[in-house]
Design a protein around this ligand. Structure first.
Ligand code: F6P
Length: 526
């Protein structure tokens, strides 16, 4: 595998970075053609890259770097079902989940598309039955509330999508319980009736401690007032682990399967999306998949110089590795997209927050950035001070919908004005002269942003947007030579929690523990 700092493009980019000491976005943006030259769009969704610290040359070199790191070949391998998750020996096929029925993707000699569509049909039939009242609770009442019990990828994707598509929600109320903090489950259950509540236990492995504990609490709660047979009306499982599902007491016919080639943080398109179907109905879920599939086709078929996820990714590499900007900000100017940063945090940081490459070598370059964000305009009144004026700039993606789903025109005009003003202020800044010699009011400018404009927030456009971020993370993983599809960094904490849980229950403190942990244990539990 090519070591990316040894490529000629890396050297060129380092030189170009040095030459850009005097680059001014204010000057660059005086050219009205720049917006056209540096914007890409797909199905009416605009990605404006003109407010970035790039020239034609840097763009060319960044894209050449993508080529010389074989991004296109590895992309083709991923789509074809090759086992690019090398540490776990698995294919990476979230793209197959949104492919049409007529597609063919082979894994270990099997075309997996019929299986994908069989599960989609199962999801459609069951969500239709719950939504139209045919599927009833154990006393014959229709289901009014659905609780998704899952964590990480078995929570964040569906939670984000259901929230974002609130205008399309027409089914039972969908709740999400993820945290092992008992407050999460107990405060949710307080609002519900066992007769009309359906629990979806969402866990790829069906071994995740938090989920199993919360699912057991939900089962006890139901069985306090219902017979054992009620479990079949009130519990379904989304998992790859049939044996564990059956052991928990959920019937095989109430299980919605998926395969090990679906990574947790890429799983909202799989059976894990059942809560989404419950909320918005299967047809809207299909539109979400179609939007993602449209981005898949774009990513597969569009030359690198017009390829949206490649551009997003290479700009990220430019800032992380050449400008030493360690964070990336997501700023939806749309309350409905409020959870995009939380969702992308897992997808990006669990994928590329790694210091060991796919060949087992410790890397000597920076990898995935810290992802954070909150909706504008709220964020303008909290952390944007730092984003405008701290010594370390933070590249940001701003997002907005042209058409809102409400009729408060003045509000929407004001929202758009703020969206434009923020990206303009970050790019152009304010000189000492403009600040009338008040140094505290100087804005350096040259702070890079992408503006993403959706025509409106529909399932299709949302699917397209999420898939763009998935492929961005993929491309960056190829450049950094990471396996973006494992997550060894979450294991140590899980392992250490087990004996500590036993120590808490028995109130015995292992003297070989470090002093701080002993002190805390003593303070909390004794
Ligand atoms: O945090 C680690 C992790 O394995 C995530 O990758 C995953 O999304 C989450 O836990 C939940 O896992 P599962 O779906 O197996 O319960």
């Amino acid at each position: 595998m090519t070591y990316f700092p040894e490529t000629p493009e890396f050297t060129k980019l380092s030189e170009q970075k040095t030459m850009m000491e005097d680059f001014s976005l204010r000057t660059a943006l005086a050219d009205p053609k720049r917006f056209q030259d540096f914007s890409l769009s797909l199905k009416g969704v605009l990605f404006d890259f003109s407010k970035h610290l790039i020239t034609d040359d840097t763009r060319y070199t960044l894209l050449s770097l993508a080529r010389s790191m074989n991004v296109e070949d590895v992309r083709d391998q991923m789509f074809a079902g090759e086992k690019i998750n090398n540490t776990e020996g698995r294919a990476v096929l979230h793209t197959a989940l949104r492919a049409p029925r007529t597609a063919s993707v082979m894994v270990d000699g099997e075309n997996v598309i019929p299986f994908v569509h069989q599960v989609l049909d199962q999801m459609k039939n069951f969500s239709d039955a719950v939504r139209n009242g045919t599927h009833k609770g154990y006393t014959g009442k229709p289901i009014t509330d659905v609780v998704n019990i899952g964590i990480g990828g078995s929570d964040l994707g569906p939670r984000f999508v259901v929230d974002a598509l609130t205008d399309f929600c027409s089914g039972p109320t969908v709740h999400f319980v993820s945290n092992v903090d008992g407050f999460d489950m107990s405060s949710t259950l307080q609002k519900l009736s066992p007769e009309t509540t359906l629990f979806i236990v969402a866990s790829k492995t069906f071994t995740t401690e938090e989920t199993m504990l919360n699912a057991a609490v939900a089962k006890q709660w139901l069985l306090k007032s219902a017979p054992e047979s009620a479990i079949s009306n009130h519990f379904v499982a989304l998992s790859t682990n049939k044996d564990a599902v059956i052991k928990f007491g959920i019937l095989e016919q109430n299980m919605f399967p998926f395969r090990d080639w679906v990574g947790g943080r890429y799983s909202l398109w799989s059976a894990i999306g059942l809560s989404i179907c419950m909320a918005i109905g299967f047809d809207n879920f299909r539109d979400l998949l179609d939007g993602a599939h449209t981005m898949d086709e774009h990513f597969m078929e569009t030359p690198i110089d017009k390829n949206i996820p490649v551009m997003m990714a290479m700009l990220g590499v430019w800032y992380v590795n050449f400008w030493n900007y360690p964070a990336h900000l997501l700023l939806p100017y749309d309350t409905r997209l409020g959870k995009i940063a939380k969702f992308t945090q897992q997808m990006d940081m669990e994928s590329n927050g790694k210091a060991v490459d796919r060949d087992g070598n410790v890397v000597d370059y920076a990898t995935g950035p810290v992802i954070f964000g909150e909706p504008g305009t709220d964020s303008q009144h909290s952390f944007m001070q730092l984003v405008h004026q701290s010594p370390t700039p933070i590249p940001a993606d701003f997002m907005i919908c042209k058409k809102p789903s409400h009729d408060l025109k003045d509000n929407h005009d004001c929202l758009i004005a703020n969206f434009l003003a923020q990206t303009r202020a970050l790019a152009i800044g304010q000189t000492l002269n403009e600040a009338e010699s008040d140094t505290s009011r100087v804005f350096t400018g040259n702070r890079p942003t992408t503006s993403i404009v959706l025509p409106e927030l529909t399932p299709f456009n949302l699917g397209l947007l999420i898939a763009a971020y998935e492929h961005k993370v993929f491309v960056q993983g190829v450049i950094w030579n990471l396996n973006s599809y494992d997550q060894p960094g979450v294991e140590l904490g899980k392992k250490l929690a087990k004996p500590l849980n036993a120590a808490i229950k028995s109130k015995t403190i292992d003297p070989s523990l470090d002093g701080s942990t002993q002190g805390l244990l003593n303070f909390i539990v004794k």
